[in-house]
Design a binder for this molecule. Structure first.
Ligand code: FAD
Length: 365
């Protein structure tokens, strides 16, 4: 017999959970304060780069491992959707200007330290100027040195979110758009809280980290894979999406300010962009958006269960797309365990999981 699930929040994690639960035969209601286009979510604004090695320089080892695992899970997830979603794994190109060589040395050392934790990942490769030009002819020989991070990827989140909305409909999820909810307001056997920063009123540790991104249309620029610019003050990424669209980001500011992007951020991002490829001078700015990444104090994701009917999934921070498939699997495993009323103590069950530290069980503390 199917249980009744209420999924709170229909951004990235909420949509993935709702589709999976409904396809597994459960009865699912999904609530979101916004609409099917996911306006107001971090998921809509994100660049959706899938870069475990590049992120390993700053991210927690848990995040890097979840990211590496998720890279190979995305194709099957996308194949189950009724519309195509652009996804590529052509690696990340990292470049820097000659005066920022020190940044590159530090970045290279951090990559070398992180790489042994990534089973199956190819190490970063040093590139000459000619090799950069061969990979990305559009950059010419502007950069004499670079790094290539093989196997890293990205996807088109603006295609994924509506595709997941269709998948929810097809799987029989009852969607309740434009409805603001809190866990105590819904009736269900199980409540899955995926509200991101919206969970803050009843999970005070959740915080927002502001990020600003620009979307431009630059049909004359021909970058084919994500490019990262190392810079002491204005680190930048350029993520090419289909149809000549590029997503450029992102600032990272410890603030929950959701007001529009500032002139300073616009100047920094766009100047750094122009310094990578002057062809962007003629690009058309489609959007400049600010949104907050939902984070926990240690910047790690968490699946939290406090002994009742509420499971919280949060803290995806700047890595939601990178780690979502693995977090989804881990969340579904917990749902199955709890719904089966297994006699194994949660702490013992957790100890058997691949990533025990992803789970926080209050009763097991
Ligand atoms: C600028 C920026 C760039 C990013 N770039 C990347 C990247 O390149 N790679 C990567 O992996 N990740 C990236 N991310 C991070 C990624 O977007 C997030 O980690 C991910 O979206 C978090 O998913 P979520 O479902 O937890 O939260 P969200 O996607 O924010 O979804 C939360 C949902 O809950 C809803 N909600 C909130 N409160 C309520 C309420 N009370 N009632 C009903 N609904 C509610 C919201 O409307 C929203 O739809 C980026 C984020 C930002 C902001």
């Amino acid at each position: 017999m199917s249980a009744r699930f209420a999924v709170l929040g229909g951004g990235l994690m909420g949509r993935l959970m709702a589709v999976s639960l409904a396809r597994a035969g459960q009865s699912v209601d999904l609530f979101d304060r916004a609409g099917p286009d996911a306006e107001g979510s971090a998921a809509r604004v994100a660049a959706a780069m899938l870069a475990p090695l590049a992120e390993s320089v700053e991210a927690e080892p848990l995040v890097v491992e979840l990211g590496q695992d998720s890279l190979s899970r995305w194709p099957a997830l996308l194949a189950g959707l009724s519309r195509p979603v652009y996804f590529q794994r052509q690696g990340t190109l990292v470049v820097w200007h000659a005066q920022d060589r020190d940044q590159a040395v530090r970045f290279g050392r951090a990559l070398a330290r992180a790489h042994p934790r990534l089973p199956g990942a190819e190490p970063a490769r040093a590139l000459s100027g000619a090799e950069i030009a061969a990979l990305e002819p559009g950059l010419g020989t502007r950069f004499p040195r670079g790094l290539f991070l093989p196997g890293e990827g990205q996807l088109d989140n603006r295609a994924l979110l509506p595709a997941l909305a269709d998948a929810m409909r097809d799987a029989g999820v009852r969607t309740h758009w434009q409805v603001m909810v809190a866990p105590e307001q819904v009736e269900a056997d199980w409540i899955i809280d995926c509200r991101g920063l919206g969970a803050k009123p009843d999970w005070h540790a959740v915080r927002g980290v502001r990020g600003e991104v620009v979307r431009v249309h630059a049909p004359e620029v021909t970058l084919t894979r994500p490019v990262r610019l190392l810079h002491p003050r204005y680190p930048l990424y350029i993520a090419p999406k289909p149809d000549g669209i590029y997503v450029i980001g992102a600032t990272q500011i410890e603030s929950e300010d959701l007001s529009p992007a500032s002139v300073r951020s616009a100047l920094e991002l766009l100047s750094a962009l122009y310094s990578v490829h002057p062809g962007f001078a003629e690009a058309r700015i489609l959007e400049m958006t600010a949104q907050c990444r939902p984070a926990l104090p240690d910047n790690r994701p968490e699946i939290r269960w406090e002994g009742g009917r509420l499971i919280r999934i949060n803290g995806l921070y700047r890595h939601g797309y990178l780690i979502a498939p693995a977090v989804l699997e881990a969340s579904l495993a917990l749902v199955r365990h709890l719904a089966a009323a297994d006699t194994l103590r949660p702490a013992d069950w957790r100890a058997q999981q691949r990533w025990p530290s992803l789970y926080h069980f209050e009763e097991a503390a």
